[in-house]
Design a protein around this ligand. Sequence first.
Ligand code: ASP
Length: 333
Amino acid sequence: MKKVLLLGTGGTIASEVTGSGLIPVLTPDELARCVPGLDGLCEVTCRQLFSIDSTNIIPAHWLMIANAIREEYAQYDGFVIAHGTDTMAYTAAALSYLIQGSPKPIVLTGAQKPIVFEDTDSRTNLADAFRCAVSDLGGVVIVFNGRIILGTRARKTRTTSFQAFSSINYPLLGVVQNGRLLEYIRPEAAEQPLFYDKLNPNVGLLKLIPGTDCGLLSYLLEQKDAVIIESYGVGGLPSYKGSGFFEVLRQAVQEKEKTVVMTTQVQNEGSNLAVYDVGFHLKQDLELLEAYDMTTEAVAAKLMWILGQTGNPDAIRTLFYRPIAHDILSPEG
Ligand code: ASP
């Protein structure tokens, strides 16, 4: 029988009602006991890594999860991580960079309603996650509401209903229906996974609204090694006289070797800075990086992973555009 390691990290799935709202308290052993049909499917070992609302996740937690999987990798056929939904997409992206090419499934799941509730999605999500964890599917995925989403492509798109996650700019890898796995796509895996153990969390994000002061960007660039700018449409920055963005960026990129990635607030279809004059010069003259079809979650995690390895602008550019776990489809090469 296959062996699966269940890692507990907290989240709604493990929560109970308190006077101040839901708090994660259940252990992974308690979660596993609630999953129907688990005994006949696999041998489960449980380990609690931490027990937090995933709003409290920081990159150090991602390193803890990756490290736990690295330590136990040879002993198990698959891994299930029970996690809060709020930042699960970030964790999935981070694990996709920290553990590359895994031939064994690394499955994140959680729930919109605690496992102790009668009308919960927890039991089905966990059962589906275990179903995937005993399959031949490799890599990091989120299994939620019967859908299998690539770790670099997931985003939480609903706050309360069971269909909490979407796959952005990439098809679903498959579905689990009534306990049966229907695989559409299998991401290729290596013979052995490549583990990384360094991240540089000093990455910031600026979401533009009309009228955003370039001083805000300037401040972020002073504080951070890399800044992601979520602009509009296919991408661009205000260029009216006195807006100041271009000069702030020129100094940061050319004089201080800061990393800047342009992306878009629009969820689907990605950026293309070359289309409009407001983006063209950022690309042509400042050589800013752009996210194309990557999610902001993946861009943030990828930058932390890249900057954990190098500060060299050419190496950063090369690594940023190198597709990892199908995170980007339109690289510049
Ligand atoms: N706030 C919770 C968390 O992310 C939400 C959830 O798990 O659904 O931990």
